[in-house]
Design a protein around this ligand. Structure first.
Ligand SMILES: Cc1cc2nc3c(=O)[nH]c(=O)nc-3n(C[C@H](O)[C@H](O)[C@H](O)COP(=O)(O)OP(=O)(O)OC[C@H]3O[C@@H](n4cnc5c(N)ncnc54)[C@H](O)[C@@H]3O)c2cc1C
Length: 596
């Protein structure tokens, strides 16, 4: 069913030529030994594992889905999933970027990030099982007690046990302040937790020996709303002190959801009937602790968008070169055939280039953010760590929302390349469209990401974080502004930078008078910022490609053409978005709800 070849050349371009990852890592004592060879080796091995082991299960897993047995409350994953997970664990992949103190390999996140792109391209539904475990690892690593870390982290790092995040309840998704699950303290320091969670990804399955659920619940004396939420670690099997499995904890799967996509991932209703758990991060501090998980997951969801964009593009490209229909408008191109391959048609090219540009822009962007995360965690200079943390905070909602919105467009365009065959399950393209849709919804909908960007990350600190990122863009503009060859990229980048500054000030002023103004502007605003980021990276990539376009390596010719397409065809969307963002809340709020 189709193909997936890890885009190693472009990954290496981003790592070595665009971001100079090896030099950057030399500044971080923990990663100073990592060189280009190690990076390339891991990427090559990752490419083999994902394309040979995970990709062949993608379509079959989608068709088969998961099975829930009501009597035993167990979930069976699609054929081959469990065996693939065993191979993943045996090869040591779960430990890649984890702390050596707990059995990890200690590699930087920027490498792990690229591996996740490949896993998501190969099989998003399967990748969610280890993906959630990694989020649980991050959360426990940041907020667990030393005893909790000693008992649980080695199991997560080895992949022997997996993790989940249990936030959502039927009456509360976005607004976690409404949640009702209760946690009652016990004399031995544990808690008995009762409640019902829905939509829990990987909540129950047969791939690992134990599942560590991170559950949000309220203590009896909890204040109302989001200030009264605590986080608990609730294992499926209560571990003995030596890590062996003890009694079955009453946290069980009542049902799994029938859904639009990611059929290979179990989406579970989880019932907690006095399940034993242990608090993480202190009473009423659950959201703070959970944010570590949620931020990791948001970047992870961005990688899901990138993964699907890439694999959809690769397959649409093969199809467009093979499928013959009609003749080229500018004259016959394949005289030996009864018609020309559809890649001769301008609009088929537009669709392919849209996906190509969104994949390459996202790859540069995600790798950059992952590198900033490595700096935030490991740079010896506190000021550098703080700057990196600010950038990660600013850009995380953009990674999540911009990349997944684009992935929806890109997978849909790639499906369109197939004509009617794209709509037929046999070709596999419709699965990518279905799988891509959830990424805009979970981990905080893309609307919520936009509100987070505009409200919390930009307006709340008077635009300080945005200005810091803007200063980097400005430095690049000033450094290259006199280079005529680059003006086709620099001029629109500079123009958009000015417009973002003005737009931010205008929305800030308006929302000072009326908060609905921020709500009305947030979604187009995030897209405008997303384009500013992509324009910045495409301008840098174009600069490298321009210098090497005559090197004989066609990669640079292709990169330059993609950058030109991006600036000509995708970036101009910002003109419309800015008008939308400026149009204010009046037209949205004019109608009484009963007049809709
Ligand atoms: C397949 C799948 C897997 C999932 N996995 C997990 C998981 O592993 N763990 C977990 O805890 N949850 C999980 N979820 C839940 C997911 O995170 C929620 O569905 C999501 O956060 C939205 O919550 P909701 O569905 O209750 O929608 P609601 O919160 O009811 O939102 C409905 C609509 O209102 C909008 N809205 C709400 N508030 C505002 C506002 N202030 N301003 C503007 N618009 C607003 C939303 O953007 C949305 O469009 C999963 C969901 C699905 C479908």
């Amino acid at each position: 069913m189709g193909q997936y070849v890890a885009p190693l050349r472009d990954m290496q371009f981003v790592m070595h030529e665009l971001l100079h990852v090896e030099d950057e890592l030399k500044q971080l004592p923990k990663h100073a030994e990592i060189d280009a060879d190690i990076i390339n080796q891991v990427l090559e091995e990752g490419g083999k594992f994902t394309s040979e082991v995970l990709f062949p299960l993608n379509h079959s897993g989608d068709r088969e889905g998961c099975h829930h047995d009501k009597a035993t409350q167990t979930v069976t994953t699609p054929k081959g999933y469990k065996e693939a997970y065993k191979q993943y664990v045996e090869a040591g992949w779960p430990a890649l970027s984890c702390d050596p103190e707990f059995g990890g390999q200690g590699l930087p996140l920027v490498i792990n990030n690229s591996f996740y792109e490949m896993m998501n391209s190969s099989n998003q539904a399967w990748t969610m099982y280890p993906g959630l475990s990694h989020g649980a690892y991050e959360c426990l690593h940041a907020h667990g007690t030393p005893e909790q870390q000693a008992l649980y982290l080695p199991k997560l790092v080895s992949g022997e046990w997996t993790g989940t995040m249990c936030l959502t309840e039927s009456h509360c998704g976005t607004d976690l302040g409404l949640l009702r699950s209760k946690a009652v303290p016990q004399e031995d320091g544990s808690y008995k937790i009762t409640g019902s969670k829905i939509f829990i990804s990987a909540g129950e399955h047969d791939m690992s020996a134990n599942i560590l659920h991170l559950v949000l619940a309220r203590l009896p004396d909890a204040p109302e709303g989001s200030k009264g939420i605590s986080l608990f670690l609730v294992p499926k099997f209560l571990p003995n002190a030596d890590g062996s499995l003890g009694a079955r904890n009453p946290i069980t799967c009542g049902a799994i959801e029938e859904k639009m996509g990611i059929h290979g991932n179990s989406t579970c209703q989880m019932n907690l009937d006095g399940a034993t758990g242990w608090i993480i991060g202190g009473p009423h501090k659950g959201l703070n602790a959970m944010f570590v998980f949620m931020n990791a997951a948001r970047l992870g969801v961005g990688m899901q968008g990138l993964g699907l964009t890439e694999v959809a593009y690769q397959n649409a490209l093969v199809y467009a070169k093979d499928r013959i229909q009609m003749r080229s408008l500018s004259g016959i191109k394949a005289a030996d055939k009864p018609a020309d391959p559809i890649i001769v048609h301008p609009d088929v090219r537009r669709m392919l280039l849209t996906a190509k540009a969104y994949a390459e822009g996202a790859r540069a962007f995600c790798s950059y953010v992952a590198l900033q995360l490595d700096k935030e965690l490991n740079h010896p200079d506190e000021a550098v760590r703080k700057d990196a943390a600010d950038e990660v905070a600013l850009l995380t909602p953009v990674v999540k929302a911009f990349i997944t919105d684009n992935a929806w467009t890109a997978t849909s365009e790639c499906m369109q390349v197939y004509g009617g065959h794209g709509f037929i399950a046999e070709w596999g393209m419709e699965q990518y469209v279905r799988d891509a849709r959830i990424n805009m919804i979970y981990e905080g909908t893309n609307t919520i990401q936009s509100l987070d960007l505009l409200g919390r990350k930009v307006l709340m600190d008077g635009g300080a974080k945005l200005k810091k990122f803007g200063a980097k863009v400005q430095a690049f503009i000033e450094e290259n502004g006199t280079d005529d060859a680059l003006s086709e990229f620099i001029t629109p980048l500079a123009d958009l930078g000015d417009k973002v500054t003005k737009l931010t000030m205008e929305i800030g002023m308006k929302s000072f008078q009326n908060q609905d103004e921020a709500g009305a502007a947030a979604v187009p605003y995030l897209r405008v910022v997303g384009h500013l980021v992509y324009a910045y990276f495409f301008a840098q990539m174009a600069k490298i490609a321009l210098a090497k376009q005559d090197s004989g390596d066609k990669f640079y010719v292709s990169k330059l053409a993609t950058a030109r397409f991006y600036f000509a065809r995708l970036l101009p969307e910002t003109a419309m978005l800015i008008r939308q963002a400026r149009s204010g809340s009046a037209t949205l709020m004019a109608l009484d709800a009963d007049l809709f």
